[in-house]
Write a protein that binds this ligand. Structure first.
Ligand code: NDP
Ligand code: GDR
Length: 343
């Protein structure tokens, strides 16, 4: 029988790759969409004909109950969030509401639609739930690499809110026997990454600088170290987590560390330029509390899910630069044509 999946955050980077992946597996895929006219539907424009949509917002419990009731999904992937870490200091309360309480609201919607009674323990519903947890929860790391039982010390309101989402998912699993898993995913990027995140900020700037449309790229902490992978690989792990007999949490990352400096070196190098000639350090971009270094120990995901990466960091940065360069060249051609036609 055709499986039905409901994805919150379908208009985001991961939502678009996950929707594609599930469609390729034969799923009927529903995306939760908020607001009236969502501009970011552009990311999934080529999938519009194959996707179904349902209205809802993580801030609104009733809308989530209606959405889950209407879709009657086999699997719910909760990817919706305020995902840009610096914004979480500016809008800490909203971040707590969406990234923390929002998870509780989705779990409650599932519990209600499945008819799981709170006075009973060890009951189980039919709907499987995936929570997008984050390596930001580790924050100030006490051991490297980080695995499923490494202690959390979040360093941003984003990381604190995600920690609540993580533990409430585990609590509903332990309290009500719900099938809920958290994927503790490390940074993953792609040509569809939001322009505010550092890898995409770099690839977009490299393309503009290569074409002579920009000269400088302003960045914050070049020494920050992350474990960066390709988003297309990570959505396969999300799906695999919901296909296991037992629900449990998984760390997902490459196990390789690179600094922001490595990212600029590779990205500028991809178009034959030196990063030192263009990068300017802007202290205003340094965070109030930084996560200095992250590195995943994904042994459990590799052993139990058979999960593997297909793209390494250098290939990833090249892929993003090439995509942004192609796009910028095309825009420049259109601009030239428009100019020529106005003569
Ligand atoms: P994006 O920022 O690209 O997408 C976020 C999505 O959340 C958008 O679809 C947005 O919808 C939606 N959203 C925001 N607020 C609400 C709300 N109140 N109600 C409903 N939807 C809402 O994030 P990514 O795709 O990169 O990340 C997906 C998830 O994974 C996030 O939860 C993120 O925190 C987490 N994560 C991401 C990692 C990464 O490296 N990418 C690593 C670890 C975790 P709209 O278009 O309407 O704004
Ligand atoms: P992160 O990703 O905060 O790890 O969260 P981001 O790309 O924003 O930052 C990575 C590191 O780069 C440093 N940095 C800069 N970052 C940005 N955005 N802009 C800059 O100019 C800049 N200069 C240096 C940052 O200080 C940081 O150390 C991402 C998000 O996708 C989260 O939602 C997710 O949970 C985590 O990854 C895992």
């Amino acid at each position: 029988m055709t499986k039905r999946a409901l994805i919150t955050g379908v208009t985001g980077q991961d939502g678009s790759y996950l929707a594609e992946h599930l469609l390729s597996l034969g799923y009927q895929v529903w995306g939760l969409i908020r607001g009236q006219a969502n501009p970011r539907k552009s990311r999934i424009s080529r999938l519009m004909a194959d996707l179904s949509f349902v209205d809802g917002d993580l801030m609104d419990q009733g809308s989530l109950v209606s959405a889950v009731d209407k879709v009657q999904p086999d699997e719910v992937y909760n990817l919706a969030a305020i995902s840009f870490v610096p914004l979480s200091w500016q809008q800490a309360e909203l971040t707590a509401e969406v990234n923390g309480m929002g998870v509780l609201r989705v779990l409650e919607a599932i519990r209600m639609v499945c008819g799981i009674d709170k006075s009973r323990t060890a009951s189980s519903g039919q709907i499987r739930f995936y929570q997008a947890s984050s390596s930001e929860m580790f924050g100030k790391v006490i051991e490297t690499p980080q695995h499923e039982t490494t202690i959390f010390h979040p360093r941003s309101p984003y990381g604190v809110a995600k920690s609540y989402g993580h533990f409430i998912t585990r609590n509903y699993r332990e309290s009500f026997g719900m099938y809920g898993v958290s994927g503790i995913l490390f940074n993953h990027e792609s040509p569809r990454r939001g322009a505010e995140f550092v890898t995409r900020k770099i690839s977009l700037a490299v393309a503009q600088i290569k074409l002579g449309l920009q000269d400088k790229l302003r960045l914050g902490n070049l020494d920050a170290v992350r474990d960066w992978g390709f988003a297309g690989d990570y959505v396969r792990a999300m799906h695999l987590m919901l296909q296991q007999d037992e629900a449990t949490d998984y760390v997902v990352g490459t196990g390789r560390m690179h600094s922001v400096r490595d990212a600029v070196r590779i990205a500028f190098g991809a178009v034959g330029m030196r990063w030192e000639d263009h990068v300017v350090i802007d202290p205003r971009l340094v965070r109030p509390a930084e996560v200095e270094t992250l590195c995943a120990d994904s042994s459990r995901a590799r052993a139990e899910l058979g999960w593997r990466t297909t793209v390494d960091f250098e290939q990833l940065m090249h892929m993003m630069v090439e995509s942004d360069l192609r796009q910028a060249e095309q825009e420049q051609r259109y601009a030239d044509l428009a100019l020529a036609s106005s003569w």
